[in-house]
Write a protein that binds this ligand. Sequence first.
Ligand code: KIV
Ligand code: ZN
Length: 514
Amino acid sequence: MSQIKIFDTTLRDGEQSPGVNLNQVEKLEIAKQLERLGVDRMEAGFPASSKGDFQAVKAIADTIKDTSVIGLARTTKQDVDIAWEALKGAASPSLHLFLATSPIHMTYKLKKTPEQVIDTAVSMVSYAKQKFSQVEWSAEDASRSDWNFLAQIIEQVIDAGATVINLPDTVGYTTPNEYGEMFRYMRENVPNIDKVQLSCHCHDDLGMAVANSIAAVENGVTQVEGTINGIGERAGNAALEEVALALKIRSDFYPYHTNLKLDEIKRTSDMIAKFTGMSVPGNKAVVGRNAFAHESGIHQDGVLKNTETYEIITPEMVGVKSNTLFLGKHSGRHAFKDKVKEFGYELSDEKLKEAFDAFKLLTDRKKEVTDDDIFTLLTDIQTDTAAASKYEMQMFQVQYGTANIPTATVSMKTPEGDIVQTACTGQGSVEALYKTLEALIAEEVNLIDYQISSVGGGKDALAESHVQLMVNGETVNGRGAAQDVVEASANAFINAVNRHVVQQTNLKKEVIRS
Ligand code: KIV
Ligand code: ZN
């Protein structure tokens, strides 16, 4: 069985999903989880795109040692130099250079002739090779490019030192047969093709990203690029958990394997969904809430007699555990610490104390504290913005019922340290609360999206809210959990505003420093 390398781009292409903006702590936690999942390469970001991205890529490159960390760059010396500064501390610094090769991109976007595109690609690959030992070159929009032209440019970038050639289906346009054929053509028509690894990168605009990736593998590709939960630009990228499971479950048909630790899939998926605010649809393959639920009587009967009647993947295989009670009122600090370790979090002593106190508070109010509850608490505490200057809610009160006008009163501390208080009414409890928060917050805030869900089941389940706000013209996401839905909603709103505040403070510090 030959090995297929998994190249994860959740932190780069996945982060390009509309409205997703991860902070550095979240990116680092995701990177550590991807390392535990066993991906072979992780694309940590696009260092030249912003200071924030640069710092996050650098932090990941300096921390992650068991997985190769790669950064994206356009074909300019400046991008390559910035990427090198971010990645030089990595165990094996790797660069991902891209340049479009389709007629439409070359004519309208790049305004370059095909000859100029070849020259740029070749000179930048050789420039990058002076610094990076591994250079992947991507022909952006390859699936809409002329195959003969692709063969020519690929041959020359290989001669210039590229180690991986990636042919993306950038706009999710291709079909399995066509995409597979394209790779077969390159293998047959590029004389030096055996010197490199071939990689596929598919978008899901027509719902074929996973099928296209597998077709590429069947035609000689040895690296699959994609994201966890399939998040990414527009309709997203190929979902890596689906690719890995398809190869595993149908190993009778596909003679390939990946190095992914399949039982880390669910935790990775949960973490990405929480941090990005992009919840996984219930019917999503492999990781959806209903992926292992059997509803109809005939199916239930079959599964009770023999699980294999309707179950081709077991929940355990992908790390889905039954949500059992694990710690309670009388559990001590030691057992809690072990659980933190099991989740893969490394909390500072201060954060550990904060998490333990929050856990104890929860055990007073909730009969059964589950793994999901603990994961939610830990996630919120570990990724909380540690900035001193931010909004902090002192207290809130919401009165509502069928016979009165919902009214919220909020008292909060501003980033400047003032205590402010006001009250507003609304059509419902959350609207009244959000209008009150808006009135107290100096920034101009507009709500774009609001979601509320329960963590696990039961009447006393934790509530988790995700919001997307426009704060002073910029889109930010926020997340908050609490036992009460209204409190969780308030936490998510304030979390989003604080992300903006912290971002602005960091930007100001950078301007002062430079
Ligand atoms: O989809 C795409 O073409 C990309 C490239 C940058 C590789 O993401
Ligand atoms: Zn892409």
